[in-house]
Design a binder for this molecule. Structure first.
Ligand SMILES: *[C@@H]1O[C@H](CO)[C@@H](O)[C@H](O)[C@H]1NC(C)=O
Ligand SMILES: *[C@@H]1O[C@H](CO)[C@@H](O)[C@H](O)[C@H]1NC(C)=O
Length: 410
């Protein structure tokens, strides 16, 4: 009976999604497939909203179904060895080539951080497992995929701290040596919220006076970079775009910090900034950091500071919002110029496009070597759509270019 109820809800959700559907831009390839994929996501999201409303379950617990549905058991095969380990108490999956490294030789390594808005996702999802294996075989690399703890049970800074501890552990010379890794060839990388964690970890490591081994590169795939302004032109342009509508991104942000729904509501209206945000707004001022073509369609209004709403929030979220470990775009220039070489991927149809574009611009202005690959027909999360029936040509293309960059630069 319960499953029939769920089915009816899903169908209702699908019909509602269809009803409120806004047509997709012409230059997105395989549009029908994306509409179908979006329908599934939206139905689940409606179901999640509904069960939260009825007090049956909170929103994110229902959304976690996506993660469970895609989970696999990462197994060793004839080319790749997979082991589940703990790095300073943090769960990680380590993928290594089967073949031992030759005498006197050393390999590259990639530390990978999965996406899912700090609330969803797992290194054990099929697409992440496949990507890790591809890195092992195509880059002859050791891949460490971090299973950091998730919000809302574990709010900021727990996910960040898990990642930081695991990275610090791996970067110890003795540990790298045991895995046959060249200590001058380690990358950190991640998609979406994982890109946020990768950028934050890269910045924090360089502030750590004890840190001897440095990262060679950081590779950020449509990363989340800041929580101050949730009305950038890309947030406005793509507010209903699959598979990350603005409301979902705002929900992720608010849940990362707090389960208090008043934060979600004030973030939705972009009135969540407290007095401490004022001095930092210049780092996310898109009239300065975005190209003319993105700006001209929109008029800039600086986010309201201390609109009364943020002031009523507990201190924790107000402080977390401006913490660069959550919003890596908020650091001053002198913290950017010594950062390692970077790769940043952005998509046109993505609320987070401008987060990535602004970071590229700020890194460049600070003198960092950055490769920016922008996909004019790309949408958020595309890289993960490699599995039938939701496999997209653009996902293969993105993966190919990303791996090619790592091959050349790591
Ligand atoms: C943003 O930049 C514009 C100049 O392009 C400036 O007039 C405005 O005061 C800036 N706003 C903030 C909040 O930094
Ligand atoms: C931006 O402001 C100008 C002048 O104030 C106005 O004419 C225009 O319609 C506004 N554009 C948008 C997209 O709101």
């Amino acid at each position: 009976m319960r499953s029939r109820g769920t089915f009816v809800l899903l169908v209702l959700g699908a019909l509602t999604s269809y009803y409120i559907y806004s047509p997709l831009p012409e230059d997105i390839e395989e549009r029908w497939k994306l509409m179908f994929t979006d329908c599934l996501f939206r139905s689940l999201s409606h179901l999640a909203d509904f069960s939260e409303l009825l007090g049956l379950s909170d929103y994110m617990s229902v959304m976690m179904l996506v993660t469970f549905a895609e989970k696999v058991v990462p197994l060793s095969d004839e080319r790749v060895r997979v082991e589940s380990e703990r790095f300073d108490g943090v769960e990680v999956l380590v993928y290594q080539p089967r073949q031992d490294v030759g005498a006197g030789e050393r390999r590259r390594a990639v530390i990978y951080l999965h996406g899912g808005g700090w609330c969803l996702g797992s290194s054990r999802m099929g697409p992440y497992n496949d990507l890790a294996r591809q890195m092992v075989t195509e880059l002859d690399a050791v891949v460490v995929s971090v299973e950091y703890r998730l919000a809302p049970p574990h709010h900021f800074p727990v996910p960040f701290e898990d990642v930081y501890r695991a990275v610090k552990h791996f970067l110890r010379p003795g540990v790298l040596d045991a895995y046959g890794v060249d200590l001058d060839r380690v990358a950190v990388s991640g998609d979406s919220a994982g890109g946020n964690l990768a950028a934050a970890v890269t910045q924090q490591l360089q502030l750590d006076p004890e840190q001897r081994v440095k990262l060679k590169v950081q590779a950020l795939l449509y990363p989340v970079m800041q929580a101050l302004d949730l009305n950038t032109p890309s947030y406005q342009q793509n507010q209903h775009m699959p598979i990350l509508p603005r409301t979902l991104m705002v929900r992720f942000w608010s849940q990362y910090f707090s389960s208090d729904l008043s934060l979600f509501r004030s973030m939705l209206s972009n009135e969540h900034n407290g007095p401490d945000s004022a001095a930092l707004l210049k780092f996310v001022n898109w009239t300065v950091f975005l190209p003319e073509s993105y700006r001209q369609m929109y008029n800039y209004t600086a986010p309201l500071v201390d609109g009364g709403k943020a002031g009523s929030l507990p201190d924790d979220p107000a402080r977390s919002i401006i913490d660069p470990r959550a919003s890596p775009l908020l650091v001053p220039d002198d913290m950017l110029h010594a950062l390692p070489k970077a790769y940043v991927l952005t998509c046109e149809y993505d609320v987070l496009r401008d987060d990535g574009v602004m970071y590229v611009e700020r890194l460049r202005l600070a003198g960092v070597d950055v490769t920016h690959q922008h996909y004019p027909g790309g949408f958020h999360g595309a890289l993960m759509f490699t599995l039938w029936p939701t496999d997209f040509a653009i996902a293969r293309q993105m993966t190919k270019n990303y791996l090619l960059w790592l091959k050349k630069n790591l």
